[in-house]
Design a protein around this ligand. Structure first.
Ligand SMILES: NC(=O)c1ccc[n+]([C@@H]2O[C@H](COP(=O)([O-])OP(=O)(O)OC[C@H]3O[C@@H](n4cnc5c(N)ncnc54)[C@H](O)[C@@H]3O)[C@@H](O)[C@H]2O)c1
Length: 247
């Protein structure tokens, strides 16, 4: 079998890094898409090299902008080849109670976390269907399923991710392309670990497993979804939340 090519957005963040490493461990060629203003490519590449990962191909752009996604996809195809696996992982939060939420906080979260799925999937889905094989994996959140006070923007975007996943899964089902979502609970990324210790303890106390999710546990789920044995699963949302919430 020829080497599969995976394209991961938000690749240099906490979950993105674990997903890139999982795919590299599986023998895929990985394109790491990053935001040139938010991420330090050279520092990340140095960190990856020290951990034994030397072959990541990097492309830069803003996933909320269609033209950037077109350019990143073209660069990825030129440098790596046709993309078989797309992980829509880039995301942000702009938390505010609704009474105080400004339109720009709403727009930023919807555009980055939801419109990005349109922008990126447009680049690869038809080509995957033409080749008769593909995987689109969208990172949602437990808060897109249960809702979270202070996150009307984020909860709406992440619920939208699940609706998008189910609809596109139906359109792609007969074409060898699966479309699935992952809804993580609280993952031990730098962002979550930066929460004040007592507040973080309060959060962990509410999780039945009494611990945070490890980033590699999300990487493992991506690895499974991308595998041949997951070919019959589409339109699904994998809840990985330590028992925090059941659908
Ligand atoms: N960490 C958690 O506990 C958790 C839980 C549930 C869901 N998630 C979701 O997982 C995904 C990854 O989160 P993370 O915890 O790794 O966060 P992170 O902040 O470590 O990584 C997010 C990455 O997305 C990139 N990004 C942000 N806006 C972008 C844009 N407009 N264009 C391109 N790249 C952009 C950032 O530069 C960053 O590298 C997000 O979609 C997040 O909502 C995270």
């Amino acid at each position: 079998m020829t080497q599969r090519i995976a394209f991961v957005t938000g690749a240099m963040g906490g979950l993105g890094t674990a997903i890139c490493q999982a795919f590299a461990n599986d023998g895929y060629k990985v394109v790491a898409a990053y935001h040139p203003q938010f991420d330090d490519k050279n520092a990340w590449l140095a960190e990856m090299e020290a951990a034994g990962y030397k072959d990541f191909i990097c492309v830069a752009g803003d996933v909320s902008k269609l033209e950037d996604c077109q350019a990143m996809a073209a660069e990825a195809e030129a440098k790596a080849g046709p993309v078989d696996i797309l992980v829509n992982n880039a995301g942000i939060t702009r938390d505010k109670f609704f009474a105080k939420m400004e339109k720009d906080q709403w727009d930023a979260v919807i555009n980055t976390n939801l419109t990005s799925l349109f922008n990126m999937s447009k680049q690869f889905s038809a080509k995957m269907a033409e080749r008769g094989w593909g995987r689109i994996i969208n990172i949602s959140s437990v808060n897109g399923i249960k809702g979270q006070a202070g996150q009307t923007n984020y909860s709406a975007a992440k619920a939208g991710v699940i609706g998008f996943t189910k609809a596109l899964a139906q359109e792609m089902a007969a074409k060898g392309v699966t479309v699935n979502a992952i809804a993580p609970g609280y993952v031990a990324t730098k962002m979550v670990m930066a929460i004040r210790e007592d507040i973080l303890k309060g959060i962990v106390d509410t999780i039945p497993m009494k611990r945070l999710c490890k980033p590699e546990e999300i990487g493992g789920a991506c690895s499974y979804i991308a595998s041949e044995l997951a070919a019959y699963m589409t339109g699904a949302t994998l809840s990985i939340n330590g028992g925090l919430y059941f659908q």
